[in-house]
Design a protein around this ligand. Structure first.
Ligand SMILES: [Zn+2]
Ligand SMILES: [Zn+2]
Length: 179
């Protein structure tokens, strides 16, 4: 069984940033999307006190199996995710505004914070919408569906003919015709 929470004690954290390294198993990551987590995520968490609470930075990397949105091949790649948040004590009061509006606030009620849901959320929000196996993947041929990289020189007439007759039949016809 995986851990259900990963707690960091906030009262031990001062203004000097502290770094924690955690390993998150695929089970603990609990991701049920269209790709596959194929290894443990190595996550670095940096926490420091700031005037309004704590600054939390999460940086992780994990091996993932993606499906290329252009050629539909599966490929495994190290996926990196990161984000930062401000942890504030107490409950959300409503209309408070941060100076830096790009940094989201998370409200914590105790002297500790469970970073596992934060890691999961950052992981999911960083996932690519249209992953590609390589930046210059040419995708599949819109006519015949072959992967263009493998069949860069293929001609359409030939492919069409081969598909219609079948390779065996065509061969048989040719050989039969010669004799
Ligand atoms: Zn591709
Ligand atoms: Zn084609």
């Amino acid at each position: 069984m995986g851990r259900s929470e990963i707690l960091i004690l906030l009262k031990d954290i001062g203004y000097k940033p502290r770094t924690f390294r955690v390993e998150v198993t695929p089970e603990e990551m609990d991701y049920r999307g269209e790709y596959t987590v194929v290894g443990n995520a190595n996550v670095r968490i940096t926490v420091a006190r700031v005037d309004i609470g704590y600054h939390l930075k999460v940086e992780g990397e994990v091996k993932m199996r993606f499906v290329c949105s252009r050629c539909l091949d599966e490929y495994v790649e190290t996926f990196r995710f990161s984000d930062e948040n401000i942890l504030r004590r107490g409950e959300y009061a409503g209309d408070e505004r941060l100076k830096d509006e790009d940094v989201e606030s998370i409200y914590v009620e105790r002297d500790e914070v469970d970073v596992l849901p934060i890691i999961r959320e950052i992981f999911i929000s960083n996932l690519p919408i249209n992953p590609v196996c390589s930046p210059d993947c040419k995708g599949i041929c819109p006519v015949c569906g072959l992967k263009i990289e493998d069949e860069a020189e293929h001609l359409h007439e030939e492919v069409e003919k081969t598909r219609k007759l079948g390779i065996f039949l065509e061969k048989a016809l040719k050989e039969g015709g010669k004799q």
